[in-house]
Design a protein around this ligand. Sequence first.
Ligand code: HEC
Ligand code: HEC
Length: 316
Amino acid sequence: MNTSKQVNVMIGLMFLVALFFAVNVINEPNRADTARHHQTETFSKRGAEIFVNNCRNCHGLEGLGPEEGAIAPKLNTPAFLVLAEDNKYGLPATSDGVAQGIRSFLTTTLECGRKGTIMPTWGEKYGGPLSDQQISYLVTLMTEGRFDLVVEKGLDHDSHQNPPATREDILSDGTGLALTQKNCGQYDALTAREYRERDPFAAVVDKSTSDSDTRSDSSSTVVSAPASNEAADALVQGLPVGDYFLTLCAACHGPNREGLLGPALLPSTLLEPDQIYIDTLHNGRAGTVMMPYGGGPVLTDDEVKSIVTWLKTVEP
Ligand code: HEC
Ligand code: HEC
C-alpha cells in the first residue's frame, strides 16, 4: 500500500467514525424512549408477578373485581391509566399533575391498606410485606393497565400447581380475613372516589361534543330518572345513600346489593325488624368482617336509620 492510499483509507475511516457519532446523536431521543419503554415493560412484568401472588384472591384473576365474582373492587380500569404520548388509544397524554395524583393515590393505598376494610397494609414501613420497590412495580402495572400480564403469569403459575389451581381455589371465601386497623392518613372509600371514577376516555368525548350544537338536542332524549323516593334521596356523609353504599358497602355486599362476601341486602331478604339492622350497623357483627359504622364519627344515628330504611324499601 503506498502512502496516498493509506491517507485515503485514514480519511475514509475518520468519515465513518464521524458518521457513526452523527447517527447516534440524532438517534438519542429514540433510544431514551426505547429504554423507558423497556423499563416500564420490566416493571409491569414484576408487578404482575407480585399481583398473582398477593392480590388475585381478592381483586380477581383479571383484576376485574365483582365482575368476575371477586370480593374487592376492580383495579383493571381506565380510571388508573396514565397515558404516555403516542398511546394506543390515540388520546392526549395524561398531564404530569394528574399522573402524579394517581400514582400517589395508588402508592399510599397500597402502603397503608384501607382502614376499616379488608384491604391489607402492604408497605414495609407500616409493617406490611412489600418493599417500596415492589409497590412501585404494582403501581406501574396499574397505571399501564397491563392486566394482560397478570392473566398470562397467572395461567402459568396455576398450571404449575399440583393439582392445577382453579378459579374457585383462588378467589377468597372470606375466611381468615381481618379488618385493617392502622391509620396512616390514607384515603378512605369516599376520598378514593375521585380516582376510582376518573374516566380518561370521557374527557375527550365531552370535548369533542361540546362544540357541536346537537348537544342540547341529544340531552332532551335522555330518559328521566324514575320518580324519586324519600329514602333514596337521603344523604349519608354528604352523599346520596346509594352512592355511599357503592363506595363503602358494595365491596362486600355487591354493587347491586346481591351479596358477595356479605349477605344480600334487599327488601326481600331483610325481613327482621329495623332495629336488628340498626344494631348491626352500630356494633358490627362480632367475629365477622362486618365492622361497626354507627354511633360515632363514622355515621350518625340518623344516617344509620336512613341506610336501613333505604335497604329495606328501595329496590336496587
Ligand atoms: C384480603 C383482600 C384483599 C387483598 C389480598 C388485596 N386487596 Fe386491595 N382492596 C381490598 C378491598 C376490600 C378494597 C376496597 C376498600 C374500600 O372499601 O375502600 C381494596 C382496595 C384496593 C385499592 C383501591 C381501589 C379503589 O377503587 O379505591 C387498590 C389500588 C388495591 N386494593 C390494590 C391491591 C393490590 C395491588 C393488592 C396486592 C398487593 C391488593 N389490593 C390486595 C381487598 C384486598
Ligand atoms: C368487609 C366486608 C363488609 C363491608 C365493607 C360491609 N359489610 Fe355488612 N356484612 C358483612 C358480613 C360478612 C356480614 C354478615 C355478618 C354475619 O355473618 O352475621 C354483614 C352483614 C350486614 C348486615 C346484616 C344483614 C343480615 O341479613 O343480617 C347489614 C344490614 C349490613 N351488613 C350492612 C352493611 C352496610 C350498610 C355496609 C356499608 C356501610 C356494610 N354492611 C359494609 C360484610 C361487610
